[in-house]
Design a binder for this molecule. Structure first.
Ligand code: PLP
Length: 391
């Protein structure tokens, strides 16, 4: 998390003093304001603040009617949460390769489309924007929904549009590791009124119980949902974080551009579908071999820059999605999408080496994590260390 302080402390104190922590209230109405401010900031018709990014992804899939009998294409390089949301909805994840940008390869994605495919989930991993023009075109051609996982890309843009607002629905995460944070939290963004209404019903069983006026104007029929409802403390923090967001992104991009200028004669960087719109939380260096990448990391060992090689980032890589590779979708077999009759002919042959291009690219990339408010001296010190390791 990049910046949190007095503004957030004061906002939380005000909520506690007001004494109403429930989302629906007639006092400070932090949750309601947070949703209004997200609509405005991200340029989208509907926003629902929820308990997590996973909650937002799941609600989006459910609201689109995705379930047993459907395949949903996810990238081989994303946090397991993306694929778990598909399984949670009762559908089957189909895994597609990443391309040079480490986002989903539109070409491989199109190859993986079958008559059972209902949706695709591009993931703006590490704040790197996906090729949304190509993805939207393929989706249109094959009549598929697009659910953008922008959980690692809060506020980033693609061709001037905020990530998460281009497809049928999108999700942000506000957990501790994200561009902005309210501890834990997430948001569903959509321009589709029906998706909004259904997600509202699904994510908050209190809405079904008719708490407050949440269902005013809602025409979609009620169905049993779950409980992903936010609270006033998280919302109060998030409102302050939303104010900080664009400054954080602008500073990150400035830091990244400076690093790229300083290092450009010493290494290659991964390409981007929209470098200016990317969140720039990470500088991604591309090496010619996995061995060279390892040597770079070894040379940095004595320093504490927090660099990583994405192949070593655990559940961000499909080959480590153990319950999915093993096709165990739930504890109770009757609830397990991998055992459901409706899915019996649509389950792919998962294997740990099924996406070799992604594995190769991840092993030849090193991440340098960036911070938006480093001083010039801090930047110079870090660049000096990196230059030595690249020499
Ligand atoms: C790509 C991606 N999708 C989904 C999620 C889920 O977000 P949350 O932890 O808020 O549920 C994360 C969280 O790390 C993520 O990185």
């Amino acid at each position: 998390m990049y910046k949190i302080g007095k503004e957030e402390i004061d906002a939380v104190a005000a909520v506690i003093e007001a004494g109403n922590l429930f989302k629906i209230n007639s006092g400070l109405r932090e949750s309601e304001h947070a949703e209004e401010e997200m609509r405005e900031k991200f340029g989208v018709d509907h926003a629902i603040l929820m308990t997590s990014g996973h909650a937002a992804l799941t609600s989006a899939l459910i609201a689109l009617g995705i379930g047993p009998g459907d395949q949903v294409i996810v990238p081989a390089y994303t946090y397991i949460s993306t694929a778990l949301a598909v399984v949670g909805a009762g559908a089957i994840p189909v895994i597609a390769e990443a391309d040079e940008t480490l986002t989903i390869s539109p070409a491989d994605m199109e190859k993986k489309i079958t008559k059972h495919t209902k949706a695709i989930m591009p993931v703006h991993i590490q704040g790197f924007p996906c090729n949304m023009d190509a993805i939207m075109e393929i989706a249109k051609k094959h009549n598929l929904y697009v659910v953008e996982d922008a959980c690692q890309a809060d506020g980033g843009t693609y061709n001037g549009k905020r990530l998460g607002t281009i497809g049928d629905a999108g999700a942000y995460s506000f957990n501790y590791f994200k561009v902005i944070s309210c501890g834990e939290g997430g948001a569903l963004l959509t321009n589709n009124r029906t998706v909004f209404e259904r997600a509202l019903i699904y994510h908050d069983s209190a809405a079904v119980a008719y708490f407050g006026n949440q269902l005013d104007g809602v025409e979609s029929s009620l169905f049993c949902g779950t409980e992903y409802r936010t609270n006033e403390i998280a919302a109060a923090i998030l409102r302050k974080q939303l104010v900080r967001l664009d400054d954080i992104l602008a500073n990150l991009r400035k830091v990244r551009d400076y690093f790229m200028t300083e290092l450009k004669d010493l290494c290659k960087f991964i390409p981007s579908y929209d470098i200016n719109g990317g969140c720039a939380t990470t500088l991604a260096i591309r090496f010619d071999s996995a061995e060279r990448t390892t040597k770079f990391m070894d040379d940095l060992k004595a320093n504490d820059l927090g660099c990583t090689v994405p192949i070593n980032t655990g559940k961000h890589i499909y080959s480590n999605w153990t319950p999915i590779i093993n096709k165990v979708g739930a504890l109770n077999p009757l609830m397990d999408p991998f055992k459901m009759e409706a899915n019996k002919d649509i389950i792919p042959d998962y294997s740990v080496d099924m996406c070799p291009e992604t594995l190769d690219l991840l092993a030849r990339t090193a991440y340098v994590p960036l911070q938006p408010y480093w001083t010039e001296a801090e930047i110079a010190e870090k660049l000096d260390i990196i230059k030595k390791a690249l020499a």
